[in-house]
Design a protein around this ligand. Structure first.
Ligand code: DMJ
Length: 655
């Protein structure tokens, strides 16, 4: 709200006469100065002239500092304006924020030193592919350690080229860390690294930017939320959901994959000593399965370190009471310490996506431990759902009753919240199990046919293919950002031989998901969009006020990763790069961490929400890193399948 306009003001009218007398007085002042100058002695005049000349020489000699100082002063005042309206500091780091001055003077950060080969420690286990991966990662880590040492020097002012802070839209910007200065965003006319140094080099630079982003996020977590569930980066505090160090556990395998060995080791120590599942605490079965159980299992498979399997087995066993229901469809909540489970207070329903997206993890736990009880309960759920009435050409409702085992709230179909990962896990279980469980594949293929028949439409004016929703036969052009997992899943299915048509649909939907970012003012997607169906009216993507938030979700980046892996079309990397830059512009908090925001449509005030979801480290940054990787063996998609929280689990080679 603007304050009411004040009406009391003074009016000044300069008449002809008035303006003439103003000119006269100016002339008079000039003449009187000259008279005074003439009245001075020669010595006095010489002294004054010498002094002026001296000041001029000093000013010229210190010109850059003065300019810098002046710029800092003016920009600080912009920043103060921001703090006056209570906007927290956001610190971009990507190309778009390289200080103009540094770009002009051609500040170049030194290249990383050549890597020294390092021996694989003998205590690491796992299949040869993992050992090979381990070796590569350790070599990379060494390079990164050296880079970090250099960064340390730079931070201590030992690097000559470093400049102190400048600001951008009220955000404090520090000198670049760990990456060479990147060019600015394209619209600002800066060159693209791809054009300068070739595609491979560009991808490498982009990966370094992801590692830097992770380190920045981790810095905030470590400082203000260590061992807690979620960082609140603005208030420099933390949020508690389950009290199980959710962010730390979710991020373990990301650190391993991107080569942050020191950070990984420190987190591992926390897992070994502080991660206890004996607490009297209610946890959500689905969330704790995909994030904690999935995170621990994948870290075990990547590292071969027993502590992760021990912890996985502990939590897996403690989650088992959820399946003690009349229908064997699990309750949503489990008390880990007490060994009791219950549905939400207001209903005996569970969410369909939740009860059908815990299978990869429980099945893997059985395969890895040799104890079949975990697989048995989740396979039972899938068998039951396979035979249920109430589906619509393979599409499932969003709720299922834990007493009678029937779908409830019939007639509403979405690929978004509450149903999304049901479809994802049909395909992925089939892949995980070595493509033998044909019922899973049949259900998946039928469901995609259902999507095509009932939910696909084209938007206006750009003819973007999107997935809407169906409520009692009424179509709604609403699409959650969550649905953007679908292009990646379709591409994965096509890669595994499901149907080449699926790849074509994947490409179309990928374009749509990208446009959900590109058509928005901040370049970041809202949580939900509504597509325009009316010709010659407005733009493709509409956003309702309640849907303008962005929670740092991964789905679009995830799909970009799959699409790049399978097509090798660089445009998917470029799209991802744009998105990463926009996360850095609008969600990065200077003191550490990234925050979800409330308004993607307002670049001047995206309205930070003060929460960094654990999936930002578990998924979003991991998929960014993999998207920019040219090493297609890094989490080989013929050997691993990602759970819905981006934790890679091995595909079974025999069963
Ligand atoms: C994650 O926890 C998982 O990807 C889940 O499947 C959906 N929601 C979040 C990310 O958006």
């Amino acid at each position: 709200m603007y304050p009411p306009t004040r009406k009391d003001f003074i009016s000044l009218t300069l008449t002809e006469q008035g303006s003439r007398s103003y000119n006269n007085s100016k002339n008079w002042r000039r003449k009187s100065c000259w008279r005074k100058w003439k009245q001075l002695s020669r010595l006095q005049r010489s002294l004054i002239l010498f002094l002026l000349a001296f000041l001029l020489v000093c000013a010229l000699a210190t010109y850059p500092n003065l300019a810098e100082h002046w710029r800092a002063l003016t920009e600080r005042s912009v920043q103060e304006e921001w703090s006056a309206v209570d906007i927290p500091e956001l610190k971009p780091v990507n190309p778009a924020v390289i200080p103009e001055q540094e770009r002009k003077i051609g500040l170049v950060f030194p290249e990383p030193p050549p890597q020294k080969p390092k021996k694989v420690p003998s205590n690491k286990r796992g299949p040869p592919v993992l050992q090979h991966r381990l070796m590569k990662r350790e070599n990379a880590s060494e390079t990164q350690v050296k880079e970090r040492e250099k960064e340390g020097q730079a931070a201590n002012g030992e690097d000559e080229g470093e400049k102190s802070l400048v600001s951008w839209r009220g955000a404090m910007i520090e000198p670049e860390r760990g990456t060479e200065p990147e060019p600015s965003a394209k619209e600002e006319g800066a060159p693209d690294p791809a054009a300068q140094e070739g595609p491979a080099a560009a991808a490498h630079e982009r990966q370094k930017a992801v590692v830097e982003a992770f380190q920045h996020a981790w810095k905030g977590y470590k400082e203000f939320a260590w061992g807690q569930d979620e960082l609140k980066p603005i208030s420099k505090s933390y949020g508690t959901w389950f009290g199980l160090g959710l962010t730390l556990v979710d991020a373990l395998d990301t650190m391993w994959i991107i080569g942050l060995k020191e950070e990984f080791e420190e987190a591992k120590r926390w897992v070994a000593t502080d991660l206890q599942f004996t607490k009297n605490v209610d946890v959500n079965l689905f969330e704790s399965t995909i994030r904690i159980l999935g995170g621990l299992l994948s870290t075990y498979h990547l590292t071969g370190e027993d502590i992760f399997l021990e912890k996985a087995k502990d939590i897996g066993t403690r989650l088992m009471p959820a399946f003690n229901t009349p229908s064997k469809i699990p309750y949503s909540d489990v008390n880990l310490g007490r060994g009791t489970a219950h549905p939400p207070r207001w209903t005996s329903d569970s969410t369909v996506a939740e009860v059908t997206s815990i299978q990869l993890e429980f099945r893997d736990l059985s395969q890895t431990t040799g104890d079949s009880q975990y697989q048995k309960v989740v396979d039972g759920v899938m068998k039951h759902v396979h035979g249920l009435a109430g589906k619509h050409d393979g599409l499932v409702p969003m709720f299922i009753n834990t007493n009678n085992g029937q779908f409830s709230h019939l007639g509403v179909f979405t690929l978004g919240a509450r149903a999304d990962s049901y479809y994802e896990y049909l395909l992925k279980q089939w892949i995980q199990g070595g493509k033998k469980e044909t019922e899973l594949l049949e259900d998946y293929v039928q469901a995609i046919e259902g999507v095509k028949k009932h939910l696909l439409r084209k938007s206006q004016p750009s003819q973007l293919t999107f997935v809407g929703e169906l409520a009692h036969n009424n179509f709604s052009p609403k699409m959650d950002h969550l649905v953007c997992f679908l292009p990646g899943t379709l591409a994965l299915g096509a890669h595994h031989g499901v149907s080449s048509e699926h790849m074509e649909l994947a490409k179309e939907l990928m374009e749509t998901c990208y446009q959900m970012y590109a058509q928005i003012e901040t370049g970041l997607s809202p949580e939900i969009v509504h597509f325009n169906l009316i010709p010659r009216h407005g733009r493709d993507v509409e956003v309702k006020p309640a849907d303008r938030h962005n929670l740092l979700r991964p789905e679009t980046v995830e799909s970009l990763f799959y699409l790049y892996r399978f097509t090798r079309d660089k445009k998917y990397q470029d799209w991802g790069w744009e998105i990463l830059q926009n996360f850095n512009k609008y969600t990065r908090v200077s003191t550490g961490g990234y925050t979800s925001i409330s308004n993607v449509r307002n670049p001047d005030n995206p309205d930070p929400r003060d929460k960094m979801e654990s999936f930002f480290l578990g998924e979003t940054l991991k998929y960014f890193y993999l998207l920019f990787s040219e090493d297609f063996d890094l989490i080989n998609l013929d050997k691993f399948v990602f759970n819905t929280e981006a934790h890679p689990l091995p595909i079974w080679t025999s069963s």
